[in-house]
Design a protein around this ligand. Structure first.
Ligand code: ADP
Length: 483
């Protein structure tokens, strides 16, 4: 395949900045493409939290600060850059007014999105376009991710620039669309005279960035084949189902992978002990270490330990978990949570940890090291999501020999095989209905099998030997780019 020049734009990419799965995915893809011989340029905002010294991020020489007209006010944009150690280029869009904040999307003080959300992402898209122009980049493809970068294809088409470039828009989560009051059009600078029903710029009286991305991009992808079907239905499409059905010919689902250089059970700096599918003894030692780290009683070592690592958002099925909690606590188990998000959910788990100190450990913070140790130390990982575009934690879990109990939706359907239905090939336990009883039943099914160790061990080993690498998906992306 001829090497391609690929520009990727995203609000997150690990290790520079990560909030959720988007960070993992956009962290891994540029590396994968670079390994395949393609030339990759990644655009991120220069958040205050990015460690510029660690990554050697510096202002781009020969490019002066560029004025950007934001509804009559001039904001200055300055591109910074660095080279990733795996060999691709990064550009960072700098503006202290928009990006020098403590949170990426939400203000940690209020737990809410910043009030100027639409303005910030408009500025980011314009900064990308201005940098592309200033540096005379002429990529084969520009690949945008989620609503924060959805305006990039709009500017490319509306300004008639980059005639030989094609645009891809990837939907990582349709629950977050970027919907704003029409006054945002003054900041966007185009579409003001096109705010009428059925126009790309109008969506039920608002401006919807994700709708714009879908309308303007040459191809649309989402992060699993099942989710690509689901988002064409009213239950999952969040109002965009009609539009996605209309554009079904340019929509495809490409499953995310996981980065085995980071998510590994051997020589992982985050784990006290290494282990493999041939020798699982290190997993039990990691469980014991985790029990000590979290202050749980030593007896927990022989009980099933159920973990959950998640944003505490309604999407993640926290309400059905809360509903079963009293009955769940009647069992001989331990429950370990790592997550942050909605204050009500945080409080609930903090309270549960106080009520059941020997059974529950609630870790209300963002802690990547602990996420590895919970994945390695637990027996079961819970993922009761209402919807799940792809989901990464179930793949990490299986790779770490931890068996997922998950709702049968989106990427969870595409990556987990239910044991009860497929005893010879099962890798986890799935339930269909979004319902507390269904979740409890699935947990009970899992615990029953856990008590039969030889069978449980087979499920663990099957999960560990699955191939969730990026290799296959990166190939499918580049086929799409070539098309
Ligand atoms: P989403 O992108 O919807 O949040 P995914 O399962 O695709 O869900 O990805 C979530 C990513 O964020 C995983 O890498 C997971 O380990 C990580 N994560 C979520 N919450 C935390 C937390 N509190 N601390 C550390 N990592 C977290």
């Amino acid at each position: 395949m001829k090497p391609l020049s690929i520009v990727i734009a995203s609000a997150e990419a690990y290790p520079y900045v990560k909030v959720g799965g988007l960070g993992d995915v956009v962290g891994a893809l540029p590396r994968e493409f670079t390994k395949m011989g393609h030339r990759v340029t990644l655009f991120l905002p220069l958040y205050r939290t990015i460690d510029i010294d660690r990554f050697g991020i510096k202002p781009v020489k020969n490019v002066k600060p560029i004025p950007v007209d934001m509804a009559g006010r001039t904001e200055w944009m300055r591109p910074f850059s660095c080279e990733d150690k795996t060999g691709f280029k990064l550009y960072f869009i700098e503006n202290s007014n928009y990006f020098s904040r403590d949170g990426v999307y939400t203000d940690p003080k209020t737990g809410r999105a910043y009030p100027d959300d639409g303005e910030r992402w408009t500025f980011f898209a314009r900064g990308i376009i201005e940098t592309i122009k200033a540096l005379s980049l002429s990529p084969d493809v520009v690949h945008c991710n989620d609503y924060q970068t959805a305006l990039v294809p709009v500017y490319i088409k509306e300004q008639g620039i980059l005639p030989d470039t094609r645009t891809i828009f990837s939907i990582h989560n349709i629950g977050y669309q970027g919907k704003y009051d029409p006054s945002i059009l003054s900041f966007i600078g185009v579409g003001k005279n096109r705010f009428y029903p059925m126009s790309p710029f109008e969506f039920y009286g608002k401006v919807n960035f994700m709708k714009l991305g879908i309308e303007y991009a040459d191809r649309i992808t989402t992060v699993s084949p099942t989710y690509a079907e689901e988002i064409k239905t009213p239950e999952y499409g969040y109002g965009l189902e009609g539009l996605l059905s209309k554009y079904s010919h340019k929509l495809s689902g490409i499953l995310n992978g996981i980065d085995y250089d980071i998510w590994k059970t051997e020589n992982n700096p985050n784990l006290p002990f290494s282990y493999t599918s041939e020798d699982l003894s290190g997993k039990r030692m990691n469980k014991l270490e985790l029990i000590k780290e979290l202050g749980l009683p030593k007896e927990a070592l022989d009980l099933p330990m159920l973990g959950i690592i998640t944003r505490l958002a309604p999407q993640k099925g926290i309400d059905i978990l809360e509903e079963i909690f009293p009955r769940f606590m009647m069992r001989d188990i331990t429950f370990v949570l790592l997550g942050t998000g909605e204050p009500d959910y945080e409080e609930f788990f903090e309270k549960m940890a106080l009520s059941f100190p020997k059974k529950v450990s609630a870790n209300i913070r963002f802690d990547i090291g602990l996420s590895h140790r919970i994945l390695a130390g637990s027996d079961i990982l819970l993922i009761p999501s209402r919807y799940e575009p792809c989901g990464l934690t179930q793949m990490f879990a299986m790779h770490y020999g931890t068996v997922p109990v998950a709702r049968k939706t989106g990427g969870l359907t595409d990556t987990i095989t239910d044991f009860t239905e497929n005893p010879e090939s099962g890798t986890g336990f799935l339930f269909e209905e979004y319902d507390p009883e269904a979740l409890l039943k699935a947990i009970n099914r899992a615990i029953t099998v856990f008590e039969d160790y030889p069978t449980w061990r087979k499920i663990m080993i099957r999960g560990m030997r699955k191939d969730f690498s990026w290799h296959q998906s990166a190939k499918i992306y580049t086929q799409l780019y070539t098309e």
